[in-house]
Design a protein around this ligand. Structure first.
Ligand SMILES: [Fe+2]
Length: 381
């Protein structure tokens, strides 16, 4: 996008593009974001100028357009910066913590089931084009389903290896979900497991969980998913004070056995600097005591009560049965999963879980997107 006009004002430079839009950028911001010769490392491109060496009251002395369309500014500290029109435009303030680079999440409720599609596992592993589609869907919906994976142990590791790196946690690299005689976690029983996010007891719960179905012979044990983003936004619309209390009260979460004791205290809802939804941490089974300023107790419980009801409302959930060879990828900071009770005496049920960080997924997505952009949408298919 081409810069067509610019104007210096008291604290800002107003920039106009060829589509008629005008935005103002603060002087110091422009100077800071326009590192000039010697201020970036010659080979890595990393910033090497110390910020405090730039005068806080730095001012533009002279502005002009370069032949290539970049905005050139000569500054009062003797430096020059050059900004590209496209780059500047991409920085325009959007508010609400929206990162324009990342697919915009679309909240969903029970009718998502009608749109539920399954990606072919082999295609996602082998084809970058299909993998890109899969990752975009995953970011939009907060989950995605794969079908046709080998129903063998360790397959999640192979999938994760195509996308990035597994994150190890106290349970190990991969965790087996099946009935265990000395269960310390409700997942290892045949009881119902209500909607929850995994590993809420970690200061930073893994952002991505892969749930791989190996054996599904028992009666019952169906999977339910619910969009924590949809439920949280509903609560915010109904009761902003209660929503805010859920972002302020730090609740204890713990998972422990005779080998480890991992616990933390964190809010049920995390928002960005301007209130945009970032994370839900909801695990009734791992929830422990909390204490907070007295005035927050009532709004916290009001909000938690309503949120719990929304998350368990069938109108917000999708319900399906995982088959052997299916892998459910979940954004563990957004989508909650649940399991119906099953009859452990009626047959075996065995799943494996592996964790990743969302950073790895986003990195992979960027690399695939770059290939698309650089090659005119011709990536290996
Ligand atoms: Fe879980």
């Amino acid at each position: 996008m081409k810069i067509v006009a610019f104007e210096t004002q008291e604290q800002t430079v107003r920039v106009s593009w060829d589509d008629g839009r005008t935005e103002a950028f603060h002087h110091l911001w422009l100077r800071d974001h326009g590192a000039s010769e010697g201020e970036l490392h010659a080979s890595t491109g990393e910033r090497v100028v110390d910020f405090h060496s730039i005068p806080r009251d730095v001012r533009p002395l002279e502005l002009g357009l370069e032949p290539d369309g970049r905005l050139r500014i000569a500054w009062s500290d003797g430096r020059e910066t050059r900004h590209e029109g496209d780059w500047l435009r991409a920085q325009v303030y959007r508010g609400k913590d929206v990162n324009p680079e990342i697919a915009v999440p679309e909240p969903w409720r029970a009718d998502m089931l009608e749109r539920l599609t399954r990606f072919d596992y082999g295609q996602v592993v082998e084809s970058e084009a299909t993998q890109l589609q899969f990752l975009r869907r995953f970011l939009r919906d907060g989950f995605a389903l794969l079908t046709g994976a080998p129903a063998r142990e360790g397959e999640v590791e192979r999938l994760a290896g195509r996308l990035g790196y597994l994150r190890e946690i106290c349970f190990g690299r991969l965790r087996d979900i099946r009935v265990e005689p000395s269960a310390y976690n409700i997942a290892f029983t045949d009881d119902v497991v209500r909607p929850h996010t995994d590993l809420a007891n970690y200061a930073w719960p893994p952002g991505v969980q892969f749930l791989h179905c190996l054996v599904q012979e028992a009666t019952g044990g169906d999977t339910r998913l619910v969009d924590g983003l949809a439920a949280a936004e509903q609560l915010r619309a109904e009761d902003p004070e209660a929503f805010q209390a859920l972002t302020r009260v730090e609740v204890g979460f713990q998972i422990a056995n005779d080998r480890y004791d991992v616990r933390t205290a964190a809010p049920v809802l995390t928002v960005g600097a301007e209130g945009g939804f970032r994370m839900i941490r909801f695990s009734n089974q791992a929830r422990r005591a909390f204490s907070c300023p007295p005035e927050l107790v009532e709004p916290f419980y009001r909000g938690y009560h309503r949120l719990s009801a929304l998350l368990n409302d069938p109108g917000y959930q999708i319900h399906f049965r995982l088959a052997p060879g299916e892998i459910l990828a979940m954004n563990n900071h957004r989508v909650l999963h649940a399991r119906d009770a099953f009859d452990g005496g009626s047959g075996r049920r065995h799943l494996q879980i592996g964790s990743m960080e969302m950073d790895e997924i986003l990195s992979r997505l960027r690399m695939l997107e770059k290939k698309v952009n650089d090659t005119g949408a011709r990536i290996s298919a």
